[in-house]
Design a binder for this molecule. Structure first.
Ligand code: KG4
Ligand code: ZN
Length: 340
């Protein structure tokens, strides 16, 4: 591939409309993110119909701003997993552009984007992942644990059975009357509370690599019913501790079992300070290095989609599709090995 090979990434799987330009698999020329938080705030969560409309309203302007008149060599868009309406908007935008500019098109798994986002620093790809590693992808819609042998060589160890970790943060915030998105709000309250004030469950589900966070959320709701004059910071601190301990423990169990020396943590919840601290402490004890996504790249963005496309082209010899339409979207897309 030529040195200045330029990929336009498009992301529209949930509540961020984003477009980015990545040059030579290294340098981000742009990463425009339009967040729909204001649209969804009063509902304490993402309303799919509103999300679709907001993507449709914003995507052209977001792409135009990211492109800024530049030439592109490839269009990459997140074709799943995500909300069907948003995925369709991304697909139509991507296919239109690919045809209009006569460039190839490639569909990217959004969760792979969250993994590769760990390689960014200050708008550049500066921190290559080291393999083999155990990856924890922890966002508002997903919580998954992967054993990753190399680029595109995955074994999915487990997923959440019910709520994703970010979803649990958002639901607990709603129970407490805190605004959406709940993660940063709960975290800010937690700083003023005692982490051992309430003993919420740590659902480890021994013998599996799965997660389950709906039980913690239900415990919080029972606790609130029984304690009308609740201390909000204590609830937040104890809840955050329970979720983060659970995530760290399972990740470390997987790291031990697969004897890896590296772990990677990506997705919106990877911005959480306690999670970063507990994970780093546990990793240090084992001599394991951590690859955390930088905070400014942890939530949904198109830069990570463009980078995942570059990795696929570079490492898997993936051919960007010559047919420029009918790149299927899949709301339940699962990560799979490249070349398979
Ligand atoms: O990756 P992301 O932007 O969207 C999905 O792909 O789902 O993640 C958004 C999620 C939300 O649930 C939000 O509450 C959570 O990430 N989040 C956090 C923090 N910042 C964002 N959760 C815990 N602590 C945070 N600091
Ligand atoms: Zn995401």
């Amino acid at each position: 591939m030529k040195k200045d090979f330029t990929i336009l990434g498009i992301e529209s799987t949930c509540d961020e409309t984003s477009a980015a330009l990545l040059v030579g698999g290294k340098k981000l020329l742009s990463n425009v993110v339009y967040s729909q938080i204001e649209e969804h705030k009063k509902y304490h969560g993402v309303v799919p119909e509103l999300a679709s409309r907001a993507h449709a309203a914003k995507i052209a302007a977001v792409i135009a701003q990211a492109l800024d008149g530049k030439q592109i060599d490839c269009v990459a868009f997140a074709h799943g997993p995500g909300l069907p309406g948003g995925l369709m908007v991304g697909r139509v935008a991507a296919e239109t552009l690919a045809n209009f500019t006569n460039t190839p098109i490639i569909g990217i798994n959004h969760l792979e984007g969250h993994l590769f986002a760990c390689e960014f620093e200050d708008g550049e790809v500066k921190k290559p992942l080291s393999f083999p590693l155990v990856a924890l992808i922890v966002s508002g819609g997903h919580t998954e644990l992967w054993y990753v042998k190399g680029y595109g060589d995955y074994k999915v160890l487990g997923r959440t059975r019910d709520d994703a970790a970010g979803e649990a943060f958002d639901k607990v915030a709603k129970l407490l009357g805190l605004p959406y998105p709940g993660g940063p709000q709960v975290s800010a309250q937690a700083l003023k509370g005692k982490r051992d004030a309430i003993d919420f469950p740590r659902p480890l589900l021994p013998g599996t690599w799965e997660f389950s966070f709906s039980g913690i959320k239900t415990s919080v709701s029972y606790y609130l019913k029984d304690h009308p004059n609740v201390n909000v910071p204590d609830v937040c601190a104890s809840f955050e501790q329970a979720v983060c301990e659970t995530l760290v423990k399972k990740t470390m169990l997987a790291a031990d079992k697969y004897k890896v020396k590296h772990i990677a943590v990506g997705g919106g919840v990877a911005a959480n300070t306690l999670l970063r601290e507990l994970m780093n402490q546990a990793a240090q004890k084992r001599g394991i290095t951590t690859h955390f996504v930088p905070r400014n790249m942890s939530s949904d963005n198109a830069a990570m989609i463009a980078l995942a496309a570059w990795k696929k082209l570079e490492h898997a010899g993936e051919k960007a599709s010559e047919k420029k339409w009918n790149i299927n979207i899949n709301p339940n897309l699962k990560v799979k090995n490249w070349g398979k």
